[in-house]
Design a protein around this ligand. Structure first.
Ligand code: CA
Length: 524
């Protein structure tokens, strides 16, 4: 908040708490001049983003935010008190039986026409927002060699192919020393396979393998799973460099081989040009990280509005983060387009409950110290603010972790992934994401090499301090400078520009996080 006027924000008229919007919070004794807390005197100092009681709340009574219980009062809470996490018991997780299945009619939306961006059209009909050469790997053992080869390609070859945006070595920690036939092992394997087919890589598939690893190239990319530009390769499988091949004598011969094999791929990529495509070609992954209480007030509602616009334009929006939607499961199942989609949601969240149970934790393990310092008392409160990112559309389909979207899977998609920023981003890349939208309240410099990441700040204070890391300031909503609708439209327009080649801050600084595979199977 830039103004000095004390300000509290309530999300729903039934809520008995509001959050304090002012930078630095407000001192005890402050009399709230207007809004939902009008006339209330603060009994405690309330930090920014934290909750204040709007009424007297009896011991055991529900504390309502977003018109849902985000906790139950451990003791009587007087109006004007700071409602912090130590005063709340978390509501139990909703059972996965007896849920409302596809009960909510889809909103009657006018289609949104005439919005376009400049993209790279691929042979399979998908559209890239960047023109990158990806080099896939079967195993971590080859990572060091690949890194040296990529540096040489960047230095010696990229200047010759100016239409290519970069070279991405798809390094990871999987491939050997793992129980590769165990249940769950198909998740990291199909994730790696599907990432190599991401639309931003133009259908070029090149693999570096060691030779003796468990994840053999034919298992990673079985014949028929990848596009082939060179008929000669049809019988031989993907374009493969195997380091243990006897033809390699010495380290430099491995590097030379990788660099030589990269040339035809770079030549084909370099011949491509951007062309005007409809906004329906957007495949947007949304997620949050480093959340605070403003995430669910400013950035996530703006992203939700943007998500509705993309769906209306015929595009695809994926939302994810199992532990952050688990407490809102009945909202998801009721919004499912069909009973089958609702069943798929229950299947994925049920599987994830069991996965957490095996590790003797539950969804409450999600919240971080930073979430709590930022005013989010528990996962129930975080979930209500997180799910708003999905907008208000019907959920058209569900993806299991590592699965790739089919061409007919448009609209709003629940891609069931862990909430971990890197794992969620990695799985959304595998699903076919071509632009990523990431909201943050505490701040994170997160980025991905394979796909532009538009970072949205929840507060103006963060947007000012991290002025060259945050791409959009949704804090303007709390400042009264923008409505949620205006912010949603502005984000939509910015996304089209980024999809068409405008660089994000993370791209300008070349900031990116490592791919992190979700491997629920044992390590050997
Ligand atoms: Ca996340």
């Amino acid at each position: 908040m830039s103004t000095t006027q004390p300000l509290a924000i309530r999300m729903h008229p039934h809520d008995n708490v509001a959050i304090i919007a002012n930078d630095g919070g407000l001192p005890a004794g402050t009399v709230m001049p207007e809004g939902p807390a009008q006339g209330i005197t603060l009994r405690d100092k309330v930090p920014q983003g934290h909750k204040v009681a709007l009424t007297d709340i009896a011991a055991g009574a529900a504390v309502l935010r977003y018109n849902v219980p985000v906790g139950f009062a451990r003791e009587a809470i007087a109006a004007g008190s700071w409602v912090h996490e130590r005063l709340l018991d978390i509501p139990p997780a909703r059972e996965l039986q007896g849920l409302p299945m596809a009960t909510q009619p889809a909103p009657a939306w006018e289609p949104l026409e005439g919005y376009t961006f400049e993209g790279y059209v691929n042979a399979d009909g998908s559209v890239g927002t960047r023109n990158l050469l990806a080099i896939t790997t079967t195993v971590q053992c080859v990572a060091g060699v690949l890194k040296v080869a990529v540096e040489r390609i960047e230095r010696e070859l990229l200047p010759l192919y100016p239409n290519v945006d970069g070279v991405v070595g798809l390094e990871h920690t999987y491939g050997c020393g793992v129980a590769i036939d165990a249940p769950g092992a198909e998740i990291p394997i199909r994730t790696l396979r599907n990432i190599s087919l991401n639309p931003n890589f133009g259908g070029e598939v090149m693999v570096v393998s060691l030779g003796c690893e468990k994840l053999q190239p034919a298992r990673l990319l079985p014949p028929g799973s990848f596009p082939i530009h060179d008929a000669r390769l049809a019988d031989e499988g993907p374009d493969l460099v195997c380091l243990q091949d006897e033809a390699h004598v010495g380290f430099m011969s491995m590097i030379d081989d990788i660099v030589l094999r990269a040339r035809p791929h770079l030549e084909r990529l370099n011949a491509r040009r951007r062309q005007t495509v409809p906004a329906s070609a957007l495949v947007v992954g949304v997620q949050c990280g480093g959340s605070d209480a403003f995430s669910g007030v400013t950035a996530n509602p703006a992203v939700g509005y943007m998500a509705d616009l993309i769906v209306r334009a015929g595009g695809t929006v994926m939302f994810s983060e199992n532990t952050e939607v688990r407490d809102a499961v009945e909202q998801l199942t009721s919004r499912a387009a069909t009973p089958q989609v609702a069943q798929d949601i229950v299947r994925e969240l049920g599987w994830y409950d069991q996965y957490l149970d095996r590790g003797r934790v539950d969804r409450t393990a999600n919240t971080t110290p930073g979430n709590k310092a930022g005013g989010l008392s528990n996962i129930a409160e975080k979930a209500m603010g997180s799910i708003i990112k999905s907008g208000s559309g019907a959920i058209a389909s569900v993806l299991a972790p590592g699965e790739k979207l089919r061409a007919d899977q448009k609209g709003l998609v629940f891609a069931a992934t862990p909430a971990s920023d890197f794992i969620c981003g990695t799985l959304q890349l595998a699903a076919g994401m071509n632009v990523h939208v990431f909201t943050t309240g505490r701040g994170t410099p997160y980025g991905l090499q394979a796909c532009p990441v538009v970072k949205v700040a929840t507060r103006s204070d963060l947007a000012r301090r991290w002025h060259d890391l945050m791409d959009f300031n949704a804090g303007q909503i709390a400042d009264g400078e923008m409505t949620i609708e205006q912010a949603g439209w502005a984000l939509f327009e910015q996304l089209l520009a980024v999809a068409g080649g405008r660089k994000t801050w993370a791209e300008q600084w070349k900031l990116h996080n490592a791919l992190v595979l979700f491997n629920p199977a044992p390590i050997t």
